[in-house]
Design a protein around this ligand. Structure first.
Ligand SMILES: Nc1ncnc2c1ncn2[C@@H]1O[C@H](COP(=O)(O)OP(=O)(O)O)[C@@H](O)[C@H]1O
Ligand SMILES: [Mg+2]
Length: 406
């Protein structure tokens, strides 16, 4: 299983420019988490801080229990080997073919023989659907293929934590969905802890187990996907629906006059954009049938069930429904209460101050959980598993032209 990543009150500035402050969150081991936020809010800086490329001025970052803000350089070097990182552009060497690009970390960091390297590289290229393309140069392939190659390279050292920066940048929606599927499939196969940074709404709605949002130098929230996808927090709601109406403006922050003007336009019937009809929860994508069971599902269900009573009512209802839906289609060997124990159920930054008057819930708040739903969901966990899926269809991969089993 992937390892836990925890930040505790981290603050990062460059000179006098504060990027974010007091960011506290836990990436649950083996689950897929996603960080959203407007451009320039410090998402990439956050990723770089997690691998120790940038050092926050305050706070602590625990990777599998080791504080990388205070540990020795040697320990940091070892900790870094736990990470696989996919940078925005794939960051491939233009003069090396995909084989050599993918082999690079193995040649740098291990003493493996060329025949072992060959085996690993071909396996990882296969994993990302690039088997057969190993002799191509980065310049000869599509953006989607370059991302896949970057991902193959991120996987060769068998990482326990995978960081991905804007995987959708430069990709069309279909390619973005293919790479999203790949993340879920890889998570199912290697059970690594994922943190993906993206402002793609589709990806945010369908891929992660957990979502966080950075805005105005604070972590607005971090928690199970259902919490953010049902949130009434204006900035979260605006972002996840891609609307103009809300606190985020063209130049990140808006004044009240502009907000009032836009609201008046909307009230007068002007189409202010966004996709209101997809508000709320859409089903999470699953690993491709035929892949191993994604263990994160069970762990997350157990974890979320323990904190259910601390979550807002809309999130509770969505989680219960989600558990029922997933349970109907997956074999879930659930034992109640066996999940990890996190002392913060979900993060809702007290430091994030929004000057408008709106109802907010402060953490930790306990909601009345008197409904019978929880029991009903728990009962359904005992239902007999459904028959294993038989792979039967084939599809053509749009990047490689290969036929892959579906
Ligand atoms: N190494 C650096 N030195 C100085 N400023 C930086 C550095 N890296 C990032 N920044 C600044 O930090 C802010 C956040 O950047 P970034 O993390 O790239 O945002 P995002 O990924 O959310 O779009 C930007 O204003 C950027 O200019
Ligand atoms: Mg960035």
């Amino acid at each position: 299983m992937g390892v836990e990543v925890r930040t505790e009150g981290i603050t990062k500035s460059f000179g006098r420019q504060n990027i974010w402050q007091d960011v506290t969150l836990t990436l649950p081991p083996g689950e897929i988490s996603l960080m959203v936020g407007p451009s320039g809010t410090g998402k990439s800086v956050f990723l770089k801080s997690l691998i120790g490329l940038l050092k926050p001025e305050q706070g602590h970052i625990y990777i599998d229990g080791t504080d990388i803000t205070t540990c020795s350089n040697k320990d940091l070097y070892d900790i870094r080997k736990l990470f696989g990182v996919l940078f925005q552009d794939g960051a491939l060497f233009g003069s090396m073919d995909l084989f050599d690009n993918t082999a690079f970390p193995l040649r740098e960091h291990t003493k493996k023989s060329e025949s072992d390297i060959r085996k690993i590289v071909m396996e990882k290229l296969d994993l990302v659907g690039l088997g057969g393309a190993e002799n191509k140069l980065p310049g000869e392939i599509s953006g989607g293929m370059r991302k896949r190659a970057g991902l193959a390279r991120a996987l060769v050292l068998d990482p326990q934590i995978i960081l991905v920066d804007e995987p959708d940048s430069g990709l069309d929606p279909v390619r973005t969905t293919y790479i999203s599927q790949l993340f879920l499939d890889i998570n199912a196969q290697i059970d690594a802890t994922f943190l993906i940074v993206s402002h793609n709404i589709n990806l945010a709605r369908t891929v992660p187990d957990n979502i966080g949002m950075l805005f105005r130098r604070h972590l607005v929230m971090f928690g199970p996907r259902e919490v953010l996808l049902t949130s009434e927090e204006p900035v979260v709601k605006q972002f996840l629906n891609g609307r103009m109406i809300g606190p985020i403006g063209m130049s990140e922050e808006k004044d009240e006059a502009q907000m009032a003007q836009e609201q008046a336009l909307a009230d007068a019937g002007h189409n202010v954009g966004g996709v209101e009809e997809v508000e709320g929860i859409v089903p999470q994508m699953q690993a491709t049938p035929g892949m191993p069971y994604r263990e994160a599902i069970t762990r997350r269900q157990n974890r979320v069930r323990e904190i259910l009573h601390t979550l807002p009512p809309a999130a509770q209802a969505a989680i219960i429904k989600d558990m029922e839906d997933v349970d109907a289609t997956q074999q879930i060997p659930v034992t109640a209460g066996a999940g990890g124990n996190y002392d913060t159920s979900y993060e809702h930054s007290a430091g994030y101050e929004y000057d408008q008057n709106y109802a907010r819930y402060d953490q930790p708040q306990h909601y009345d959980n008197s409904s019978a739903h929880e029991g009903a969901a728990a009962d359904r966990f005992e239902e007999p598993p459904t028959a294993p899926y038989e792979p039967q269809q084939r599809y053509e991969d749009p990047d490689t032209g290969q036929h892959r089993r579906n």
